[in-house]
Design a protein around this ligand. Structure first.
Ligand SMILES: *[C@@H]1O[C@H](CO)[C@@H](O)[C@H](O)[C@H]1NC(C)=O
Ligand SMILES: *[C@@H]1O[C@H](CO)[C@@H](O)[C@H](O)[C@H]1NC(C)=O
Ligand SMILES: *[C@@H]1O[C@H](CO)[C@@H](O)[C@H](O)[C@H]1NC(C)=O
Ligand SMILES: *[C@@H]1O[C@H](CO)[C@@H](O)[C@H](O)[C@H]1NC(C)=O
Ligand SMILES: *[C@@H]1O[C@H](CO)[C@@H](O)[C@H](O)[C@H]1NC(C)=O
Ligand SMILES: *[C@@H]1O[C@H](CO)[C@@H](O)[C@H](O)[C@H]1NC(C)=O
Ligand SMILES: *[C@@H]1O[C@H](CO)[C@@H](O)[C@H](O)[C@H]1NC(C)=O
Ligand SMILES: *[C@@H]1O[C@H](CO)[C@@H](O)[C@H](O)[C@H]1NC(C)=O
Ligand SMILES: *[C@@H]1O[C@H](CO)[C@@H](O)[C@H](O)[C@H]1NC(C)=O
Ligand SMILES: *[C@@H]1O[C@H](CO)[C@@H](O)[C@H](O)[C@H]1NC(C)=O
Ligand SMILES: *[C@@H]1O[C@H](CO)[C@@H](O)[C@H](O)[C@H]1NC(C)=O
Ligand SMILES: *[C@@H]1O[C@H](CO)[C@@H](O)[C@H](O)[C@H]1NC(C)=O
Length: 587
């Protein structure tokens, strides 16, 4: 999927307040992660990786680094060879959890190559539970097939999604959602048992961020020598891997960059199950940027705009589309264009990836408006596309089986369910409603999870984090902080002014925790991670290059990087112009 290197998903989380086997400090556990496994590099599987310049291999891992009797797994690994004098390996994790590193590097190896320079092999991998080649593989199943899946969830919000008009101002919509709380809580509890009992259930406890950190150390030992410094770029959820890595093994820190930062402390409480709103304080600001840019572009550059429209007018046009979609659905329950699906398009890719704003507002939304307004709903391409998404919501495509990998990783890392932790599904629904009212009017009722297939994107409900209060299994190791270690060398911590899903405050908090070991860098732009500027911030590129080549970082914590004016969000409209014209209120 376009630009999915950095479109990872929403997500994140957690640490534990009680750990089955807490990791304590920087134990020298690497002594036995240097297993004898090595990687035989060869061509990649062409059905998965199209770029012939990339090389692939497998790396054997113990399922449990403390208990060899648990058996073995393997990681699928991918590499873009260094082009100059090789200084070592630079690892990349694109986020998720659940996004395939193989797919991410295949889709956009150019950007990391340009930013990292030629001096490193760039290596990514499918972590435990991700992709089809790694073992345990990414098909963590809890149902035998889609028939069983559909039967289990029949008639619930799990299949229909939450399709409120907008922001739960209509009490009947709120009531309809809350009325499902009891049955959904029971379903989620039953689901957990099914997952444990399924044949892939035995892997659940071997997945999670701590195991992935150990795998990353072992990969470094194998590729760069035992005990070598770890060089790593973590994006989005990959910043959680980064935070755990640098705080568990501070002496192994080489060149580490975290970008689009999730605060690892946020979910470090029993209320972590409800921590989703903490990710959304800037989501509506990104939306404001989108409508402001459209207004600045005017009708010539943004078909949604009429002459003289300001940002709030563009917002009105978009709200009209939501309302029209709602009316269409009210008139015909099988209308393919539901407000939830329109909203989903808006959230992803648009809100995540500003380079898609122009397409959305110039093409997709005007076509939607036109088709909703025509009597022949159901003929256009957009209608067909949305109908496909709609049907995938109502009934999973026959060919895809439902994977619970993301839940297994997120919930495996999550706080324990204890007697004290009495989060109910009603609490979860209340959080969704409250967040929509108080944090993000636009986007919160669609905390969707983004997987590689666009057909699974439509699930407005559920979001993986909401399973965790009812999920029965935890990873054998979890890290509960603190996140304030002194590192072997200083690292850059990068956040955007307006990131829809990993707000700048996450980067700020993590950098503050690390004190002198970190330098905070803010990219003054929109979208998810600094990669959302598609490499067009010379300032960010220069910082990365100077760091990776000379280990040089800016002093202080107030470095601000602008996005280059050459990066046009609409024809002739740059980030700085939008920032200068954002409305203060009204959305
Ligand atoms: C880890 O190893 C280093 C050097 O090998 C040693 O200085 C340090 O004390 C060890 N740490 C622990 C916790 O054993
Ligand atoms: C990259 O390096 C590996 C050895 O590590 C080699 O087998 C492979 O052919 C190289 N790939 C390219 C495209 O040069
Ligand atoms: C790792 O080393 C520890 C002690 O050094 C040992 O107890 C443990 O069995 C080893 N684990 C594996 C998987 O070899
Ligand atoms: C916007 O769409 C119209 C047709 O719908 C097209 O003529 C125009 O070139 C597009 N503009 C941009 C900037 O893509
Ligand atoms: C915009 O849409 C065109 C045609 O639909 C597509 O080829 C192009 O890749 C899209 N651009 C972005 C940035 O999504
Ligand atoms: C809907 O159709 C009517 C009549 O055909 C037209 O006046 C109106 O501008 C259209 N609205 C949109 C949003 O296309
Ligand atoms: C629908 O899509 C097809 C190709 O996918 C294209 O040829 C056609 O022009 C599109 N129709 C409209 C109305 O956009
Ligand atoms: C859990 O609750 C019990 C009694 O209600 C209390 O004694 C205990 O300290 C609590 N534990 C935590 C971790 O809050
Ligand atoms: C609703 O959300 C706001 C903003 O996040 C928060 O301050 C408030 O405590 C929440 N209220 C409830 C009842 O959860
Ligand atoms: C809901 O959205 C409407 C417009 O879309 C807005 O006027 C209203 O203030 C919002 N209400 C809440 C509670 O967010
Ligand atoms: C790190 O945080 C812990 C827990 O908040 C605290 O006890 C400790 O003093 C802190 N260490 C440093 C070096 O700030
Ligand atoms: C960044 O701020 C922290 C405190 O928040 C401070 O300890 C640290 O020295 C600062 N870093 C630099 C490079 O100035």
């Amino acid at each position: 999927m376009l630009l999915s290197f950095f479109t990872s998903s929403s997500l994140f989380f957690s640490s534990a307040h009680v750990s089955v086997r807490p990791i304590v400090g920087s134990s020298n556990i690497t002594g036995n992660t240097t297993n004898t496994s090595s990687i035989q590099w060869g061509p990649c599987d062409p059905s998965l990786v199209a770029d012939p310049s990339l090389t692939c291999g497998f790396f054997e891992i113990p399922l449990d680094y403390h208990d060899s009797s648990a058996g073995k797994g393997r990681l699928a690994v991918i590499k873009a060879n260094a082009t100059g004098d090789r200084r070592g390996t630079f690892f990349v994790n694109p986020g998720g959890p659940g996004v395939s590193g193989l797919q991410a590097l295949d889709e956009t190896s150019e950007l990391p190559r340009a930013q990292v320079g030629g001096g490193y092999d760039i290596v990514s991998w499918d972590p435990r539970g991700v992709g089809t080649l790694t073992i345990p593989a990414g098909n963590m199943a809890c149902f035998e097939d889609d028939v069983e899946y559909n039967a289990f969830w029949q008639g619930t919000v799990e299949l229909s999604g939450i399709d409120a008009t907008g922001n739960f101002t209509d009490p009947s919509e709120t009531d309809a959602l809350l009325a499902q709380a009891d049955v959904m809580q029971q379903k989620y509890s039953e689901l957990g048992v099914r997952c444990q009992q399924h044949s892939s259930g035995r892997y659940l406890k071997y997945m999670g961020t701590a195991a992935t950190v150990r795998d990353l150390l072992a990969l470094t030992d194998a590729l760069d020598g035992s005990g070598a410094p770890v060089n790593y770029l973590g994006l989005s959820y990959g910043t959680i891997i980064g935070s755990w890595l640098i705080n568990l093994f501070p002496e192994r820190v080489g060149r580490v960059i975290i970008d689009g930062v999730v605060d690892p402390n946020v979910f470090h409480t029993p209320a972590g199950f409800l921590g989703w709103p903490a990710q959304l304080p800037n989501t509506d600001d990104v939306y404001k940027g989108l409508v402001t840019g459209c207004a600045l572009a005017g009708p010539d550059g943004c078909a949604l705009a009429s002459t003289g429209d300001g940002p709030l007018d563009i917002n009105d046009h978009i709200q009209d589309i939501f309302n029209a979609a709602h009316s269409a659905e009210a008139a015909n329950a099988s209308s393919p264009i539901t407000p939830g699906i329109v909203r989903t398009q808006l959230f992803w890719p648009a809100i995540y990836v500003p380079s898609t704003w122009s397409n959305l507002t110039n093409e997709t939304l005007p076509q939607v408006a036109q088709q909703l307004n025509s009597t022949s709903l159901g003929t256009g391409n957009v209608t067909k596309r949305f109908d496909l998404m709609r049907r995938s919501l109502m009934k999973r495509a026959e060919t895809s089986s439902v994977s619970y990998t993301t839940q297994a990783i997120l919930c495996g890392d999550a706080p324990d369910r204890t007697a004290n932790n009495t989060v109910t599904m009603k609490d979860v629904f209340d959080t969704v409603i409250n967040t929509t009212h108080n944090v993000s009017h636009m986007c919160t009722c669609l905390p969707l999870h983004l997987e590689s297939s666009p057909l699974t994107v439509g699930a407005i409900w559920p979001h993986p984090v909401y399973y965790c209060a009812f999920w029965p299994e935890r990873a054998i190791e979890r890290h509960m902080g603190p996140f304030n270690k002194t590192l072997a060398s200083r690292i850059p911590v990068i956040g955007n002014t307006y990131d829809p899903i990993t707000p700048f405050v996450g980067a700020k908090t993590v950098a503050e925790g690390l004190g002198d070991s970190a330098t905070l860098v803010r990219m003054n732009g929109f979208g998810h991670t600094s990669q959302a500027a598609a490499g067009q911030s010379a300032c960010i590129n220069n910082i990365m290059r100077a760091y990776l080549v000379n280990n040089a970082l800016p002093e202080g914590n107030d470095t601000v990087c602008e996005v280059d004016d050459s990066f046009e969000l609409y024809p002739g409209v740059s980030t700085s112009q939008i920032l200068a014209n954002m409305p203060n209120t009204g959305i």
